[in-house]
Design a protein around this ligand. Sequence first.
Ligand code: UD1
Ligand code: CA
Length: 447
Amino acid sequence: MKTTAVLLAAGKGTRMRSRTPKALHPLGGLPMLRHSLEALAGLTSAPPVVVIGHGAEAVQAAVGASARCVVQAEQLGTGHAVMQAAEILAGQSDLVLVAQADMPLIRAATYQRLIETQQANPGAFSMLTVIAEDPRGFGRILRKPDGSVQAIIEDHEAAPEQKAIRELNVGGYCFNAAWLWASLERIPLSAKGEYYLTDLVRIANDEGMAVQALVMDDPQETIGINTRVHLAEAEAILRARINRAWMEAGVTLVDPATTYIESGVRIGADTVIHPSTSLRGQTVIGAECVIGPNTLIADSQVGDACTILASVVESARLERRVEIGPYAHLRKGAHLAEGVHMGNFGEVKNAYLGPGVKMGHFSYIGDATIGRDVNIGAGTITANYDGEKKNHTEIDEGAFIGSDTMLVAPLRIGKRARTGAGSVVTKDVPDDTVVVGIPARAIRKLK
Ligand code: UD1
Ligand code: CA
């Protein structure tokens, strides 16, 4: 049967107390609604339709090309929200899956089972429920003697004995499409001035069309996000899921409780990750690396067998067997070739360090190209900024930069050249030449 999907994401999320629309609050490093979009991808024949409203422009940008958006100008309830998708979807499928962007932990397999439940249901629709001790403000499920759903009672409308019901509406539905598009306009206005999607249960029953419930077995999937407390709970569950998957794939996490791996990250087998480490964005880590403790890596590529101790690595690339830290900082455009060693208190930005370069202590290398096997002495600085623009430094292979050298760019240091300790180099140094002093002058040729 052909299935299409609607994702509800127009709400403000008042209980988040935020200027950011709820659907955009980050979860596992992604805007919340991207988790639902990922779960829905592959279940439907056409891209889902996302109902947007609060912060429409920003939400649309986060949706990108992965779905189509419709705007719900006024947030008049979940029933009204689904109605906005009718123009695009009515007549397009046999089934319509409806999901909520504030239920980001529901897995694709669960939505798939919901679709299968409705495929076997000749009635109006099927819905996801959970049995839980904490009702979390969810709608309560009333069942008929035959086991089908009689009604959903919203939390604020529930009588005390109904509040005691432990079966809850999770907020995932799969509808007979023709029935849905014909029935939405029959939803009555609630006392709160909203059109509740959940009222479709009564409408179906009035017509003798059954509503079936699929009880979810993993209550963790049903953590919905209404407040920032829920957001933190969901983050912890998502983190545990991701961490478990990496451990099962052959990565050692010494302390999963303090290991933060975003969903876009990839890690090779036999890599060991020590405590208090965050791996973010589109980071790729090779095999047999040792990462952390106390390390942050974002949007970077790390080759096999690298060691990164207590360091910050952002938008950088490390080839194989690079060793950095403790307290190294790689910034955008840092590219360290095979076997580079960078010790404590070094910073590299927009620079290539060739194979085997050693940069042991307290250095800044920015806007530079460093050749193979160059030694960068303690305290070396590329003075790359002249107050107006950034200038480039080139240090050719085998050069030896003495401790505390200032390299005033633009500058080229020739092959195997040497600078004396404390020199301030303002002019290009030819190959095989030793310079010393302030400003540095050649004192000797090595060949
Ligand atoms: C809803 C259900 C409740 C269920 C709970 C589970 C209704 C009336 N109630 O309640 O039974 O237990 O979800 O998660 O459906 N939205 C729009 N436009 C609107 C209103 C909401 O797009 O006009 C979106 C929101 O952005 C959100 C979702 O629909 O993603 C649910 O809205 P929310 O207000 O959070 O509903 P709940 O009170 O949680
Ligand atoms: Ca909600």
